[in-house]
Design a protein around this ligand. Structure first.
Ligand code: NAP
Length: 244
């Protein structure tokens, strides 16, 4: 794979899976835009990744931030070839105890944030008559999970959104797909109690947690020429957890 002259925007890419995705694209010669909540942090990560990376602060819940982000990207690189909707959070608790704020915050970042970023990127990609949009959902969006009603709803919503956008944008040469990771070792899962991690891993046929690189590989595939006839799909990267 080679992404020379392609411009890739990855939301929530200062750490974890998003950072790994950004590093993977940069290693294959793409221009990479690191986008996250803190300006100093995105600049530092971009500097570590190398000359083709830039860091622009953007909160995906802010239309103003996202408008500025895409303006700056077009000013610097002239185009947007790939958007990866990766920014996401959890606020876990049993549904019966879940407050409205924890519901709204998770839905705003994970689902609405992806809609807002996709809408702005799609406007640019429609003019180009080409583009790839890849959202990071979760296996929990396919199966549900006790203690994650807000998160599972946001990730299931992302799948419906992906398929709808894929149908709307196909005629303009834009593909829209989603990756559904299972248990991936990042700071997000580090916060889980050991017993919960063990209980999850015992159900994974491949008997190991995934790595951010495992997820990045699936994203690279969707963004590559090899996937030019693939749209509206959800690829589980979960060690076999959700196989049917
Ligand atoms: P992570 O380590 O917590 O990283 C998430 C990143 O998103 C952080 O840098 C965070 O910034 C940023 N972010 C949070 N809110 C944002 C906002 N409003 N605007 C822009 N950036 C924002 O998480 P991860 O494990 O890498 O997960 C990445 C994605 O994969 C998420 O969508 C997650 O739901 C999904 N996923 C993860 C797993 C897993 O096992 N880890 C499994 C399935 C799906 P701060 O550091 O400033 O908060």
């Amino acid at each position: 794979m080679d992404f020379t002259d392609k411009t890739v925007v990855v939301t929530g890419s200062a750490r974890g899976i998003g950072r790994s995705i950004a590093e993977s694209f940069a290693a294959l010669n793409a221009n990479v835009v690191i986008c996250d909540l803190d300006q100093q942090q995105v600049e530092a990560v971009a500097a570590e990744i190398g000359a083709r990376a830039v860091g622009f602060k953007a909160d995906v819940t802010s239309v103003a931030d996202l408008e500025q982000l895409f303006e700056k990207v077009v000013e610097k690189f002239g185009r947007v070839d790939v958007l990866v909707n990766n920014a996401g959070i959890t606020r876990d608790t049993l549904m019966i105890r879940m407050n409205e704020k924890d519901w709204d915050t998770v839905l705003d970042i994970n689902l609405k944030g992806s809609f807002l970023a996709t809408k702005l990127a799609a406007k640019i990609m429609m003019k180009q008559r080409s583009g790839r949009i890849i959202s990071i959902s979760s296996v929990v969006g396919l199966t549900g999970n006790a203690g994650q009603a807000n998160y599972a709803a946001s990730k299931a919503g992302l799948i419906g959104f992906t398929k709808s956008a894929a149908k709307e944008l196909a005629a303009r040469g834009i593909t829209v797909n989603a990756v559904a990771p299972g248990f991936i070792q990042t700071e997000m899962t580090e916060a889980m109690p050991d017993a919960a991690k063990e209980a999850f891993l015992v159900q994974v046929p491949l008997k190991r947690p995934g790595t951010p690189q495992d997820v990045a590989s699936a994203v690279l595939f969707f963004a590559s020429d090899a996937a030019s006839y693939v749209t509206g799909q959800v690829l589980a990267v979960d060690g076999g957890l959700t196989m049917q």
